[in-house]
Design a protein around this ligand. Sequence first.
Ligand code: GYE
Length: 317
Amino acid sequence: AALATTSMFAQAVEPEYTIGFSQIGAESEWRTANTNDVKAAAVKHNIDLKFSDAQQKQENQIKAIRTFIAQKVDLIGFVPIVATGWDNILREAKRAKIPVMIMDRDLTVSDDSLYVAKIGTDSYAEGRKAFDWIDNYVTQNNLKPRNGGDKLNIVILEGTVGASAATGRSHGFDDALNESPNKGRYNILASQTGDFTRAKGQEVMESFLKSYRDDIDILFSQNDDMALGAIQAIEAAGLKPSKDIVIVGCDAVKGMFQAMIDGKANATVECNPLQGDLFFTTAKKILKGEPVEKSVYVDEGVFDTTNAKEAFATRQY
Ligand code: GYE
């Protein structure tokens, strides 16, 4: 018993490393899940985490990274809100010999040695999967344009301008559409940013409906939160979401599962926010001088009304 007591006191171990992490903000259900996961994984990995929320501003992220450099943290991690504009601050980190890791979104820098490793999701593949799901659904259900015309009209809610998660999904979707033998069946009627938020998604969908209420057949929303906002706009316009307008999102958050179960959305392409464990495992390897892969994508699936109910029970975010 005496020994057991001693070992209980021995539990208060010093954190192994100090890591600064700059998160974008809290724009979506996905982001909240990502933040919670990073914080929980830091505890699990015995990391002293300095967490900073940039409230959707790149300049705040740059300030946070500069502060981490001044604090001489062991490693810096961040989610690039947009893909460009990071060269200078990353050069400052390199000069201070602090390794940098990228999480979730991608970035474009003049010199890839400005970061050590990148873990995240494959937005391009997600965009492709979204179109492929639509093409398949249209074919199987022999979907006809509501306005009696000869093309199915698609509207798109894009994510944050300049974010890799938005441009990747746009390019993947466009490429898959252009490569489809059914390409001629579709017309992209409108495409506009909803900044990855529910409120903006609703607002932009309202404006789409004002111009094209009886023409829209399909909505591709680059995240689920915007799709959930759009569903409200569609109902307010007296249309049936998922029936009058086919709705496909990205992320696979619980809110979207609920919408699919309620018959208000059709499908969502999974984007996995649970990257904390892989992030800190990789960070520790870097700090111990072990080799790591430069770029790793996490695994992702697709869910729709045929499997939403079954999958819902096991969803972690
Ligand atoms: O899809 C969206 C979030 O960067 C992959 O950002 C992420 C995206 C995600 O706000 O909901």
